[in-house]
Design a protein around this ligand. Sequence first.
Ligand code: AMP
Length: 280
Amino acid sequence: MKEIKNPKTLQREMERLRRSGRTLGFVPTMGALHEGHLSLVRRARRENDVVVVSLFVNPLQFGPKEDFSRYPRSLGEDRRALRQEKVDYLFRPLAPSFYLSGHQTFVEARELSRGLCGRFRPGHFRGVATVVTKLFNLVMPHRAYFGAKDYQQARIVQALVRDLNFNLEIKVLPTLRDRDGLALSSRNRYLSSRERKRALAIPRALAWARDEVRKGQRSLPSLKQGILRRLRASKVRIDYVEFVEPDDLTPVRGLKAPFLIAVAGWVGKTRLIDNAIMWP
Ligand code: AMP
């Protein structure tokens, strides 16, 4: 695995590979890798000649009071895991060479950034859309891989690829979960064992909702109340529980067509998100 820090060096190397006719698969990450990340890497490995992973804790997508400085970092382990998956390139830029001083161009997906996490993390998706745009321009991949755990992010990336004419394919892969159902996340490392148990209320509430829908429940208020009750019982401090259209993330009225339930909440000082598509 070749490690590159300098953006220009990476871009040159990628250009050379592309010219030689090889297909490039790209997985952007912030490191502290887990099986969820590795599921994307494995898919990229199967579908492309060359696999590029970026590891960059992007300051632009963290608010001033968020966890940028304490975001988990585990470079040694990450490297080992990526080598094992036969990744070809690890791009690990340093912030000052990635955002040059005087940086002033930003990318924003308007409507898609407004609701859900966008409401609670102002500027977050602008940071995400900007970093992803820059990474796409550096790597120039044929395919890029994202996880459905960050559903709103994946929709925003799909929109920016379409809106800005990036010539690449976005693949959104399912959320990987621990055996107990908790969605894998780098932030799970913050949780004490007691907090982890409380966090399970999130996937369990979603599983309960899925069961209810399967049994024929079509009342949005009943489902929402049931979810809220389950989260509150485990002292999850709720940012939102929303029922939205899977495509444009606008609130749904009835529960006839497939819809997404998206949840964000705090367990202690850790913010967790999860979601599930329901098929009535
Ligand atoms: P992050 O390092 O948190 O920015 O995540 C990098 C990529 O991994 C994003 O596309 C995430 O959606 C994806 N990802 C994170 N957690 C999971 C998971 N549990 N299952 C699948 N993909 C995930």
